[in-house]
Design a protein around this ligand. Structure first.
Ligand code: SF4
Length: 306
C-alpha cells in the first residue's frame, strides 16, 4: 500500500503522530512519502495539524483519497490506535531534527479552563520510558504536559536514567513550578538540559511558585537558564508579570504567548501581539521599555491616520 502524509502546520517542528504513522506503516511493508498533489498516488492519505489556527490544507489532487484528518488542530478527541501510539517515531521523515521525541507521561492533574489537555488526555498517567524513547540519540525533547505530577518514584527513576545515559533533556511544554520540592529540585539541577529548564507562569498566582522553584533549583547547584511561558490575556497585568519574572533571576527568558480562543479561532488582539513581540525579542525587551515601544507604534498609527 502507498501511504502519503501531509504536515498541515508546515515542517517547523516535527509532527509526532505522523512520525509514528510513518514508522508503523513501514513496519507493515507499506511505502510512505510526503504527499505531492502532482506526483503522489496514495492508497491512504493522512493529514495532521497541531494548531487550530493553522488553515486546513485543500491542495489535494481530484483523484486523491479523502484525507484521514487528525491532531489537536482538527479534533482533540481523535487519537491514534494503540499499536501506532506505541510505535517509535520514524525520524527519517524529518532529517533535520536531531533529538529524540516522545512523551513520558500523558495528561495532567489540573484543569486550567483555557487548556485542552485535561479534555483530550484526562488525568496524568505514565506513557513511556526514557530508555525506549531516546533511540540512541543524545538529546531528547519531551512533550509531557505535567511530568512532575507523575508518581515521585517514576520522576526520580526517569531523571536518574537520563543522567546515567548522559542525555540532554528539554521538557518543551514546561514543568509545573508548583510541584518542585527539595527532592526533585536536586534531580532537576543535576540533569543535563538541551538549553533551558522550562516553567510556565500562566497567571499572577504562579509567580510565587516559580520564584520558589527557581530558588530551590539554584540552591541545588543549577547555573543555566530558565525559560518561562507567560500566557497573556490582559495587557498590563501580563506586562507586570513579565517584569516581575525577569526580576527573579537574571537568567530567566520569558516567552509571552497571547491568549487564543480556540473555540473562535480568532487572532489575539494587536496590543497582546505587540507585547509578545517586545517580550520575545530579547534585544528589544532589554533595551526599550514596553511603554516606549508601544508608544512608537501608536504615534506611527496616528500619523498614518492623519
Ligand atoms: S497545568 Fe498545564 S497542562 Fe495542565 S491543565 Fe494547566 S495548562 Fe493544561
Amino acid at each position: 500500500m502507498n501511504v502519503a502524509l501531509v504536515d498541515v502546520d508546515g515542517h517547523g517542528f516535527p509532527n509526532l503522530a505522523l512520525m509514528r504513522l510513518a514508522a508503523w506503516h513501514k513496519q507493515q511493508g507499506d511505502a510512505v512519502e510526503w504527499y505531492s498533489p502532482l506526483f503522489s498516488r496514495p492508497d491512504r492519505l493522512f493529514a495532521s495539524k497541531v494548531f487550530t489556527f493553522t488553515p486546513d490544507c485543500q491542495d489535494f489532487a481530484a483523484n486523491a483519497p479523502t484525507p484521514i484528518r487528525g491532531g489537536t488542530g482538527y479534533d482533540p478527541t481523535v487519537t491514534l490506535p494503540d499499536e501506532v501510539e506505541q510505535t517509535l517515531p520514524d525520524y527519517s521523515i524529518y532529517p533535520d531534527f536531531t533529538p529524540a521525541l516522545g512523551f513520558l507521561t500523558r495528561g495532567c492533574i489540573r484543569s486550567c479552563p483555557w487548556c485542552i489537555v485535561p479534555r483530550k488526555e484526562g488525568n496524568i498517567r505514565i506513557a513511556d520510558d526514557i530508555e525506549r524513547i531516546y533511540a540512541g540519540r543524545r538529546e531528547v525533547v519531551l512533550l509531557d504536559n505535567n511530568f512532575l505530577a507523575a508518581p515521585e518514584a517514576f520522576v526520580e527513576e526517569q531523571l536518574a536514567k537520563a543522567k546515567r545515559l548522559k542525555l540532554r533533556l528539554d521538557f518543551n511544554q514546561a514543568l509545573d513550578a508548583r510541584l518542585v520540592n527539595g527532592r526533585n529540585a536536586s534531580l532537576l539541577a543535576n540533569a543535563r538540559w538541551i538549553r533551558y529548564i522550562r516553567f510556565s507562569c500562566d497567571n499572577p498566582s504562579i509567580l510565587d511558585p516559580v520564584r520558589n522553584a527557581i530558588r530551590e533549583i539554584r540552591a541545588a547547584g543549577y547555573h543555566g537558564e530558565f525559560f518561562v511561558y507567560v500566557l497573556a490575556k490582559e495587557l498590563w497585568e501580563a506586562h507586570d508579570r513579565i517584569c516581575r519574572l525577569t526580576d527573579i533571576d537574571p537568567k530567566i527568558v520569558p516567552f509571552c504567548q497571547p491568549f487564543r480562543d480556540f473555540t473562535s479561532g480568532g487572532e489575539p488582539p494587536v496590543e497582546l501581539r505587540r507585547l509578545a513581540r517586545w517580550c520575545n525579542i530579547q534585544s528589544i525587551r532589554k533595551t526599550v521599555p514596553f511603554r516606549k515601544y508601544q508608544s512608537n507604534f501608536l504615534n506611527n498609527e496616528k500619523e498614518s491616520n492623519q
